[in-house]
Design a protein around this ligand. Structure first.
Ligand SMILES: O=C(O)C1=C[C@@H](OP(=O)(O)O)[C@@H](O)[C@H](O)C1
Ligand SMILES: C=C(OP(=O)(O)O)C(=O)O
Length: 450
């Protein structure tokens, strides 16, 4: 089943060189945060380049349900008329966050310190994902959560009427948990402190400061200590959303494995907490360059140029890099299949609790297509066969997971036989223009089975 409708089978087959420019959509993490922080500011926030993927559209709908005026002006231009910190109204109905872990977890944080009750649900994938990682810290503020066994959605949160500030060391490397606690801290008096042992994407800290909150970040022996002063008045902003490095990963990786390719992916956000994949690919021998490096909206940005890379070699990806490329391991494993030697990925147990168990989903599909994969609870390794030697020819289950669907379609572009994906529908959650964009570069992907 697709996230929002009937399954959409898709097939991908070997193609000529991929060439041209790939204009990928806006960053998903920054898009969610723009809508949520816009809804918590006083007055009108304007946004350009918002990702209009289903995950973000579900967050826009949720912000309306909490009382913000969210308007789509067309062409990626949106405005949010916010209700202020602590100004959320109680929603009339269940909040459906679809497929989005970021959406539901950040929104839970944003409402947890207001005296309102909200019930959250999602699709079969989201309803299987762990929520205690956010409701545990939110309970420290005084919020009460009741959900299904194992802390699963559907779940009702009763926000704290008299919230207290919190000091919380995040036990898993998760920007969603960190962000939920910080957003909850906005409506608690005094200082809320979040400590993360491993740095994760820092968009929430950067954007909170941009909206006028008092936030400090200290690097200590315990890790990054983020201190937020509660109950600020957030001032509305103009946000230009940079293009998503996690979406850029797909045309970049395709260009590296399809002979003769030369693809430019302009204007990609290269925040170091997000750019781990590109470092890894370069270590593997990828012909990947950063052109026109600049700063936009406080974030480092560059045009990425990826060319076919005949001498890719397997490497060991250091565990401390995992957080900065957590969503990119599925497509990295595809590139690894075309490298010579073994690519080992350690410290990645978070991959098991994404839209699918991503190690399991990729291991099954890669093996079915003739690639050797080994795995353990928090690691996996792919033994590459080298260019021209990846058999392909199998059907892969996307398991309601956009990144799994896109990764296997990339595999098919350079494998010796077509690769089918049972349901490419979930791609619309993060990269709705994936199919036409890849076709324009020269990819042979089409609807239906081979
Ligand atoms: O904060 C965010 O925007 C995200 C954080 C990551 O999840 P975790 O916080 O669960 O690692 C990432 O996988 C997700 O796609 C987006
Ligand atoms: C893990 C992802 O998203 P989320 O957690 O928001 O569902 C992703 O986009 O790869």
């Amino acid at each position: 089943m697709s996230a929002h409708g009937d399954p959409i089978p898709m097939t991908s087959q070997a193609c000529g060189p991929l060439t041209g420019t790939a204009d990928v959509p806006g960053d998903k993490s920054i898009s969610h945060r723009s809508l949520i922080l816009g809804a918590m500011a006083v007055g009108e926030t304007t946004i350009t380049g918002l990702l209009e993927g289903q995950d973000v559209l579900d967050t826009a709908r949720a912000m309306r349900a909490f009382g913000a005026q969210v308007v789509d002006h067309g062409g990626g231009r949106w405005s949010v008329h916010g209700v202020g910190v602590g100004g959320f109204a109680e929603p009339d109905n269940v909040i459906d966050c679809g497929n989005s872990g970021t959406g539901v977890r950040l929104i839970m944080g944003a409402m947890a310190t207001s005296p309102i009750t909200a019930t959250f649900t999602g699709d079969a994938s989201l309803n299987g994902r762990p929520m205690a990682r956010v409701t545990d810290p939110l309970s420290l503020f005084g919020c009460v959560a009741v959900g299904r066994a194992g802390g699963r959605l559907p779940m009702t949160l009763v926000g704290a009427a008299e919230p207290v500030p919190v000091r919380y060391a995040v036990p898993v490397p998760s920007a969603q948990v960190k962000s939920a606690v910080l957003l909850a801290g906005l409506n608690a008096p005094g200082q809320t402190v979040v400590i993360e042992a491993e740095a994760t994407r820092d968009h929430t800290e950067r954007m909170l400061a941009g909206f006028g909150a008092e936030v400090t970040v200290e690097e200590t022996a315990e890790g990054r200590v983020i201190t937020l002063t509660g109950q600020p008045e957030l001032s509305p902003q103009h946000i230009e959303v940079p293009r998503d490095p996690s979406s850029a990963a797909f045309p970049v990786c395709a260009a590296l494995i399809v002979p003769g390719s030369d693809v430019l992916v302009p204007g990609i956000g290269l925040n170091p907490t997000r750019a781990g994949l590109f470092t890894t690919l370069r270590e593997m021998g990828a012909d990947l360059t950063y052109e026109n490096e600049r700063e936009e909206g406080g974030e480092p940005v560059a045009d990425l140029r990826a060319r076919f890379s005949p001498d890719l070699r397997g490497i060991s990806v250091p565990p401390e890099r995992a957080a900065s490329m957590i969503d990119e391991y599925p497509v990295l494993s595809v590139v690894a299949a075309f490298a010579e030697g073994r690519t080992e990925m350690r410290g990645v147990k978070e991959l098991r609790v994404k839209e699918s168990d991503r190690i399991d989903a990729m291991a099954r599909g890669l093996r079915a297509n003739g690639i050797e994969v080994e795995e353990g609870p928090d690691w996996w390794a792919v033994t590459g066969r080298g260019h021209g030697k990846v058999p392909g020819g199998a059907t892969c289950a996307s398991q309601l997971d956009h990144r799994i669907a896109m990764s296997f379609l990339i595999l098919g572009m350079a494998a010796n036989a077509p690769v089918d994906v049972d349901d490419a529908g979930p791609i619309a959650t993060s990269f709705p223009i994936f199919e036409p964009l890849m076709q324009r570069l020269g990819a042979r992907i089409s609807r239906g089975a081979a």
